[in-house]
Design a protein around this ligand. Structure first.
Ligand code: SAM
Length: 238
């Protein structure tokens, strides 16, 4: 703590995630359930005993730093994608990254809790976190208190409508190739990400423009058609 109104916080962990760029990351947790991130606890908190008791909980809250936005200024009013990017709302009425304190909050499903090569990890299902995100704290999700009956959702009352996704023959064969090589099905993850239509609102009417989403070292190429989004190709970046 350095004064009455500024505080020094420590990183307790770091996120390893398939999202190596911001574009394509879902706008909230739980939307892309196939994405499994790993939270690695950092020293001196990299001890399994800090997690004793957590195995009984299904979900945790993660507080983290929007570290890829640190050079950006906060904004009093922002344009939520949910409102088509056309209407401005007060920053504190949104989950925007452009905040005075660049702190994010996500609830995620806990997977395996384990030690590997003297490092402590928690698998997190459905996280909306960029690879390398510094984590400030984790807390168990308490259903009796955190799940609020009859809560209202303002201008975002429910999840945004997802779009239809089709795979080209080429993309399907690349998914199969990936699965053969890595023993991991990847098509569902790609579908869940692209069906969110991650384009900024002012571009969502466009068709035919090719977009790329980076997942690990893969470039997922896709474009919008009139009534669906098409996965065109999956390229390896190195
Ligand atoms: N659930 C969190 C919250 O409400 O605080 C995050 C919501 S924010 C709208 C979600 C977006 O944050 C993602 O789509 C991604 O672009 C961005 N994001 C995720 N991790 C980030 C990071 N470490 N630095 C900067 N932006 C990040």
């Amino acid at each position: 703590m350095s004064s009455d109104s500024t505080f020094t916080l420590q990183t307790i962990g770091i996120i390893h995630s398939c999202y190596t760029e911001k574009f394509g990351i879902p706008r909230q947790p739980g939307l892309v359930t196939e994405a499994v991130a790993r939270l690695e606890l950092t020293s001196p908190y990299n001890r399994l005993d800090t997690l004793d008791g957590l195995e009984g909980f299904s979900h945790i809250w993660i507080q983290f730093i929007f570290h890829a936005c640190l050079s950006e200024n906060w904004k009093a009013k922002v344009r939520p994608p949910r409102l088509g990017g056309k209407v401005k709302m007060g920053v504190f009425a949104t989950r925007s990254t452009h905040r005075p304190n660049p702190i994010g909050l996500s609830v995620v499903k806990i997977g395996r809790i384990y030690e590997e090569d003297k490092k402590v990890f928690i698998d997190l299902h459905g996280a909306d976190l960029l690879d390398g995100t510094p984590v400030l704290d984790i807390k168990p999700y308490l259903p009796y208190s955190d799940c609020v009956e009859n809560a209202t959702g303002g201008f975002a009352p429910e999840a945004a409508q997802t779009k239809q996704v089709h795979f080209s023959e080429l993309a399907l064969s690349k998914c199969q190739h990936y699965e053969n090589l890595h023993n991991r099905e990847i098509g569902t993850l790609i579908k869940q990400i692209v069906e969110q239509d991650p384009r900024p609102s002012y571009l969502t009417h466009q068709t035919g423009k090719v977009h790329g989403i980076t997942l690990w070292n893969l470039n997922i190429k896709w474009c919008a058609r009139i009534d669906h989004l098409e996965i065109l190709d999956i390229e390896s970046l190195r």
